[in-house]
Design a binder for this molecule. Sequence first.
Ligand SMILES: [Zn+2]
Ligand SMILES: [Zn+2]
Length: 265
Amino acid sequence: MGYYFRILGSSSSGNCALLKTENSTVLIDAGFSGKRICEMLAETGECIENVDAVFITHEHSDHASGVKGLARHKNLIFHANADTAHAIQRKLTRRVTWSLFETGRPFLFRDLEVSPFSVPHDAYDPVAFVFAWGENDLFNPSRKLAWLTDLGYVPNLIKQKILDVDYLVVEANHDIKMLEMDNRRPWSLKQRILGRHGHLSNKAALALLQEAENPNWRKVFLAHLSKDCNNVDLVRRTFQPIEISHQCSMEVVNPDSAKGMEVTG
Ligand SMILES: [Zn+2]
Ligand SMILES: [Zn+2]
């Protein structure tokens, strides 16, 4: 086996993905209960005992609520920057095994090169990740994957960072009109979501994809959809007119089930 990536779930209410390479089995974010993550792993034929590490983008519950339950598994190492680790740990009684990284400084974990970089979002020190692995031979091709959710806008530096990845998971959080018309969210929360430290709208995500010059992408996953202020059909319709390149396909991650949201190589 070369590698396997699967989104276990992604929406405003929870995010978690599995990445398996030759020498690593890791989770990216843990935004469901530990029990639910174990169930989702079982659906892929995997189990938490085989997972080596969890990489956490930021402390919001839709990315970190599973840390509490998963920390029972003593073999698991949780990678986060200091501010994020602190924000999560201070709400827990159980001591979590943290491995701290510095935002902006790439590091190695087994056969993965992990690049955490800063994103504009209303958390202590939120990051997105690029994971790179492989030897660039036939049996173990070198690949890159970007996990880019929870950001109010896309700074130029980030646009550059994601151009050469093979697989891009990017947030298409809300439809601006649906959010404005939503009557369950107070005005202040709407302003937060729409602001520079909120979330990418469909329109913003579309612009990001359209403006990318010669991207290397093989597959783009549109993820982290809001259950109330977005829907799969609308995202499909919005993104349908664009063709990134002949080699690139696009998937919309259903907020109720991420079934089939995977790549193998
Ligand atoms: Zn967040
Ligand atoms: Zn989120």
